[in-house]
Design a protein around this ligand. Sequence first.
Ligand code: PMP
Length: 385
Amino acid sequence: MSIYLDYNASAPIAPEVLECMIDVYKNHTGNADSRTHDYGEDVRGLVEAARGQAANLFGVKKDEVFFTSGATESNNIAILGLKDYGLKSGRRHIVTTAIEHKAVLGAARHLESEGFTLEEVNPGQDGRVSAADILSRVRKDTLLVSVMHVNNETGAIQPVDEIGAALSATDVLFHTDATQSAGKLVPEIRNLHFNLLSFSGHKIHGPQGVGGLILRKKRYRLPPVSPIMFGGTQEHGIRPGTLPAALIAGLGRACEIAGEKYASNQRRNAGIKSRLLDLIASSGVTYELNGSLEHGVPTTLNASFLDISSEALMLATKQYCGISNGSACTSSNYQHSHVLSAMGLSSERIESAVRISWDADIDTDELFAEFANLLDRIRRLSVSN
Ligand code: PMP
């Protein structure tokens, strides 16, 4: 028996989402951009319905939602797509954080290599950046501030509400990577001031390979994002290419379900997290929690079990427990987590850090039993060290 505890890397697809996608694959043939027959119109209808479902979840207008292949692409379009505007307007300064996903850091560093100035702000030991610190970096030539909503490794919620509110009175563009908060911090996102927002299907029980970029209009105009790929006029040319109708319909359904269930999911998840914390506290293992308990999502727990290495633990538990020690996107070869390093944690603490992540659909009996096994394994590994 094995339990999957790596929802932040990819959450299981919801059965209703899968059903919806199978229906599209079976019963709706065509290209959403075909104008010459009813098949195109039928598929276009599905895509537009999904756009409406996504717009509802985020509290934006339908024509502000652009489908992409996922949050990596959304982040790249959001950042690299501002290059032309930055060059034309003389705004070449970008502020971000050192704990962003590599899809943000990589894109921002690419612009730096092309003559832009980049500041990467470190968080405190609790994994949160300070809004005042971010805002103090803003200058007359600042093009963009990009701060993630929830960190994928620690679950720490960043003060994007404060940052967004302050920037909304300026011409500085604000992007947030909401991949880990979408479908979870629903009212928070609906009330957020932002210009660009990235999200992904497979983190909200939708399919892999689809996501979205929300571009909020200001005075009826979209943010000045230019395409980074060429070849078609789909998604206003911002993301050319045939729209994957089944993936998009699945994403729309996942958004709809998240909109219906987020409040009850949140309560259930908070109960799960508190039980897991009790289990750790009563297990007798030596540990430190990483990230902020007060400002953390109830679906992520990052802890360092100080007497063991997380690599050894994951090897020892591979068959029955799907845990991780960082972002899946960089885990093919182990490197120190850039997030925990930026928090200023010791090497010992970083090397013994384990992340587990879940959601309300998880079987809690199995979870608590396997988590107790995991703690037992940690105790035995620490004794043998
Ligand atoms: N941003 C964050 C915060 C993430 O957690 C992830 C996925 N690990 C991504 C971006 C990339 O998302 P996708 O897999 O959809 O490209």
